[in-house]
Unconditional design. Structure first.
Length: 346
């Protein structure tokens, strides 16, 4: 990909368009700082949009329950006044400090170059790919009968459905789709689960009531007829084999989180996370900040709520970095004419 000749000059670049990246745009906007947002995915929302758009979230303040995609849509609506520009389907390949030390050159896989005053990394777990089902024929059926995420739950209503996995995603969807699918079978390699205990208990109740079946075992073979999935052969924990009829398969084996190029940017890392301070969530490189699941610090909790808090403090850190001689004032959206004007509610 050829590189664009004219760099995009901006006060801030936010890498990652998940919930924390979107809220970072909001917090920067309140302080009058314009941001460009870059994400490898082709739509904003990060894991919420890509992996579980229909999944309910219960710990967003003032929203007793909120769908993952609904949360993303609300955040996009909230940041509209600030005119953030999105660069989707682009991976940041290069991040370098300029000769003066106060600005950064950011280059993407599409050849877009930014001249940025500050950078906020909100890349979640980094770039990620689902762990795939390694069985002959699975790749050819991907997107038609073999799936690693649920885009629309209704697509599985009335279908003979097989769900693989033992974590939250597998159990959540097993519970949600039981009774909506024509038949539902859950398969996990062992009898213990990583999902929330309450969800596991609910799944077992549904199995006892005959609303779903559970097998402890592994998929050995796919039964494909005329290019369509007809069933699977399982090897059970006791060594025996059984066949389960199904026409749709959901596999939730987790993700392969990869930092990708981030690992080569000279940032202080702890395993696969970026170390930050807890005053302004700045990395070891002044002017580069990190919020959300990508960062780590003592007491870190990987919650969307925590990421929102981090974004608020990081915004003040960015402001201080961009305007070191300017005195900071804490203003409130309810009373500040300047903030209300920026929000378009004055």
């Amino acid at each position: 990909m050829s590189e664009n000749l004219t760099p995009v000059t901006t006060e801030a670049v936010v890498i990652g368009a998940g919930p924390c990246g979107l809220f970072q745009v909001f917090e920067l906007g309140l302080l009058g700082i314009k941001a460009h947002v870059i994400d490898t995915l082709k739509a904003p929302g990060g894991q919420c949009t890509e992996l579980y758009p229909d999944k309910p979230i219960y710990d967003i303040p003032a929203l007793p329950v909120c769908g993952a995609q609904e949360l993303v849509d609300r955040l996009l609506e909230q940041i509209k006044p600030f005119g953030a520009e999105f660069h989707l389907g682009e991976e940041v390949l290069e991040l370098q400090r300029d000769a003066g030390g106060r600005r950064f050159r950011v280059r993407t896989s599409q050849g877009t170059v930014f001249d940025a005053g500050a950078v906020v990394i909100a890349g979640g777990v980094g770039s990620f790919q689902p762990r795939r089902l390694v069985v002959d024929g699975a790749e050819a059926l991907e997107g038609r009968a073999v799936h690693y995420k649920v885009r629309r739950a209704e697509d599985f209503y009335g279908k003979r459905l097989l769900i693989l996995g033992g974590g939250d995603s597998a159990l959540d969807w097993a519970v949600d789709l039981a009774g909506k699918a024509a038949a539902l079978t859950l398969v996990h390699r062992r009898a213990e689960f990583r999902a929330a205990p309450a969800t596991v208990a609910r799944m077992r109740d549904l199995a006892t009531a005959g609303r779903l079946r559970f097998h402890e075992g592994l998929v050995q073979r796919l039964d494909v007829a005329d290019g369509a999935l007809a069933g699977v052969e399982l090897k059970l924990a006791d060594g025996s084999a059984t066949r389960v009829e199904c026409e749709q398969l959901l596999a939730f084996f987790g993700l392969h989180p990869k930092l990708g190029p981030i690992a080569n940017w000279g940032l202080g890392l702890d395993k696969k996370a970026i170390r930050v301070d807890t005053e302004k969530f700045q990395t070891n490189e002044p002017g580069i900040f990190a919020v959300g699941d990508i960062n780590t610090y003592p007491g870190k909790k990987k919650l969307i709520l925590s990421g929102f808090h981090e974004a608020a403090l990081a915004a003040f850190g960015v402001q201080s970095w961009l305007f070191p001689d300017k005195k900071q004032f804490l203003q409130y959206t309810t009373t500040s004419p300047i903030m209300q004007k920026r929000l378009g509610v004055a």
